[in-house]
Design a protein around this ligand. Structure first.
Ligand code: ACO
Length: 326
């Protein structure tokens, strides 16, 4: 066993907008129903940002909660990596806004853009910084306000998404590198831009000069999702030298209950080991995994020493997974 640096989870936190919108509320103004939304996606409600709530305000609240949970202060942080596709502004990066809001004046802060895979990409990026020895403690955040890029007249997309933020604190610690030791054990990232047309936003600064709206071929996304995520999960398991039976908690991106169930079934992970929050949060893109982690840590399911698999797939397509000993 060789000595190495591992990125270890010190704390977790989350933040949700004040306003809850139920399926019934949507059905009052849209040709849809609670039954259709629940059957196809498992979603019963979502949180929607109101006046004064933005990606950076939610991200700042989640980050502050994660710092508190870790017993650390803002001065302890020298790296902020924020996964988002709905930044407050085209620039500067929302991560720098979070940095300023927390009063952090040292280190580096930047956004990563991988849509729903944003948190897995952010964890993997921060892990590489920490393991290189260049930085010591990272805030890794997933934060989104997808409500602001939805076409609220398009029932095929708007019923599926919500807003929120979640964060973890990762700390570089000396490790013996053993499978039983805490920290990020393995991660795999992928992208394939040929799938752009299946899930994209039809606007942007360099094309339309507008923010644009989310467009999705739902069936096509569904068709690719299970195979892609199980592929990177298997890669992580291979790197770690274990099989899916070793996973204590499976915390997938919360896009759709049917995708979550199909992925768990394909890997042979029993339903009681799967953390599901899509019913309450809907699809919050890059925020969905840290929101789910926060729920499962706070209710006592995820404990120190547990083996946690996170995975996501999103626009691009991008996809990835990370295996973390909590
Ligand atoms: N309410 C009522 N009816 C609806 C609604 C709605 N909100 N939306 C669509 N329908 C109708 C359709 O018009 C269609 O009617 P038709 O048969 O008369 O043409 C019918 O319901 C069936 O539509 P399908 O699209 O075939 O429904 P499907 O069973 O495929 O479910 C869904 C749609 C939920 C979008 C599914 O395809 C899915 O979950 N896809 C994955 C999407 C996803 O998870 N995206 C997130 C990816 S991550 C990211 O990066 C954002």
């Amino acid at each position: 066993m060789t000595s190495q640096i591992r990125s270890c989870v010190r704390g977790v936190g989350s933040a949700l907008p004040t306003r809850v919108v139920t399926n019934h509320e949507l059905a009052a103004t849209l040709d849809t129903s609670d039954e259709w939304i629940r059957q196809r996606s498992g979603i019963t409600q979502r949180y929607v940002a109101g006046d004064g709530e933005t990606t950076s305000t939610l991200a700042t609240a989640a980050a502050a909660a994660a710092l508190k949970d870790a017993g650390l202060t803002a001065e302890d942080i020298d790296l902020i990596v924020l996964g988002t596709s709905t930044p407050d502004f085209t620039f500067p990066a929302s991560a720098t806004q979070v940095q300023a809001n927390l009063g952090i004046t040292k280190g580096v802060a930047f956004d990563v853009q991988a849509v729903c895979s944003g948190f897995v990409f952010a964890v993997t990026t921060a892990d590489k910084f920490l393991r290189s020895g260049s930085h010591k403690r990272a805030l890794v955040i997933g934060a989104e306000t997808f409500s602001r890029i939805l076409d609220w007249t398009d029932r095929t997309t708007c019923v599926l998404f919500g807003d929120g933020a979640g964060a973890i604190v990762l700390e570089a610690q000396e490790s013996d590198g053993a499978f039983r030791s805490t920290g990020v054990i393995a991660s795999r990232l992928r992208a394939d831009g040929r799938h752009r047309a299946k899930l994209f936003v039809d606007g942007g600064p360099s094309t339309t000069g507008t923010v644009g709206h989310l467009r999705m071929e739902g069936k096509e996304v569904f068709r690719h999702a299970v195979g892609m995520v199980t592929d990177v999960i298997q890669g992580c398991l291979d790197d770690a030298g274990c099989d899916a039976g070793a996973i204590d908690w499976f915390v997938p991106h919360q896009a759709n209950r049917r995708i979550i169930d199909a992925s768990a079934d394909k890997l042979g992970i029993p339903r009681e080991k799967v953390v599901v929050t899509v019913d309450r949060h809907a699809n919050t893109s890059a925020a969905s995994i840290p929101l789910a982690l926060s729920v499962a840590v706070k209710d006592g399911r995820i404990k120190t020493g547990d083996l946690v698999m996170i995975e996501a797939m999103g626009g691009g397509f991008t996809w990835g997974a990370a295996l973390i000993r909590w």
